[in-house]
Design a protein around this ligand. Structure first.
Ligand code: PBG
Length: 311
């Protein structure tokens, strides 16, 4: 009977576990992402309205991705104090004073070549990218980000950001590191949403080989030692073993990113009538929590919260 099932249930998912991604555009109107039905790019003011709706549904946190009007070789829009993500942070903060705001700190949305940092030839220049990351983190924190989430997998990124934040007196700003990020095909739809597909090559120079598990622990431990407050594993559903290993071997909170491809494949199957979207999504999110993630970034945040009776 249901009462007994509830009594012995080991994993309880709640809206407070979920982080909602928000894509904010500097120019243009609200637009649905073609490969991610139900996911939108919002202009700044509408992003604030959307955040207020999420908040009313019991969602406590949002992660923001900015899509600038202009891109350049270094991605300088990322650290513009009046840039899209900075303006979005201020607008959402006004609309939702209590929401935890996480700023994705990466350059692939801001560079004209779509790679996650400054290029030297066809390779990423790690140190030049770290210098830009410092400026970006400080600018985002000053605009109101509670958490900086570096997603480029650059070596030393957490230490560089912690140092830059502290030097600016921003001691209270936390860092959620994309510590374990695989070079995954499941990011495909996101690149349409964030307009960040690399113009050439791929991201295997800086993201992990999906065949490796022990390396994940090394990456997570390094970021912990550099001062990360939360470590993230990404993608989620193909990395349940990794989420489990990281949460058992480290004493930091673990977040998992249920990425665009996880969402789009269920949406597509549901549209064909081949899967029940709600049941599939809830099973996946519960599995990710069961594996050891306390926070889950998911494009189902609003729907899942409604399904759980939130709002
Ligand atoms: C940016 C970034 C990516 C995602 C989050 N931050 C794309 C990438 O690394 O190519 C993917 C998220 C998703 O697929 O939902 N570095």
């Amino acid at each position: 009977m249901e009462a007994l099932r509830k009594l012995v249930r080991e994993t309880d998912l709640s809206p407070s576990n979920l982080i909602a991604p928000l894509f904010v555009v500097e120019r243009g109107k609200r637009r649905e992402v073609q490969s991610m039905p139900g996911v939108f790019q919002f202009p700044v003011e509408e992003a604030a309205e959307e955040a207020a709706k999420l908040s009313a549904l019991g969602i406590l946190a949002a992660i923001l991705f900015g899509i600038p009007a202009k891109k350049d070789a270094e991605g300088s829009g990322a650290w513009d104090d009046d840039g899209v993500i900075q303006r979005a942070l201020r607008a959402i903060r006004r609309a939702c004073p209590d929401m935890a705001l996480i700023a994705d700190a990466c350059f692939c949305e801001y560079t004209d070549h779509g790679h996650c940092g400054v290029l030297k030839g066809k390779e990423i220049d790690n140190d030049a990218t770290l210098a830009n990351l410092r400026k970006t983190a400080v600018s985002q924190a000053r605009a109101g980000a509670d958490v900086i989430a570096p997603s480029g997998m650059m070596d030393g990124m957490v230490a560089a950001i912690r140092d830059a934040l502290d030097a600016d007196g921003l001691h209270g700003t936390a860092i959620m590191s994309y510590a374990v990020k695989y070079a995954s095909v499941f990011y495909g739809p996101f690149r349409e949403a964030a307009e960040s597909a690399p113009a050439f090559g791929d991201r295997r120079g800086y993201q992990m080989d999906p065949a490796n598990a022990r390396e994940a622990l090394r990456e997570a431990r390094l970021d912990a030692a550099e001062g990360a407050d939360i470590v993230m594993v990404k993608p989620a559903i193909s990395c349940l073993d990794i989420i489990s290993a990281v949460s058992r071997n480290l004493d930091l909170p673990v977040a998992a990113y249920s990425v665009s491809g996880e969402y789009s494949m269920v949406k597509a199957a549901a549209r064909m009538g081949w899967l029940d979207e709600k049941k599939a999504a809830m099973e996946m999110l519960t599995a990710v929590k069961r594996a050891g993630a306390s926070a889950i970034i998911t494009y189902w945040a609003a729907d899942a919260s409604r399904w759980m009776g939130g709002g």
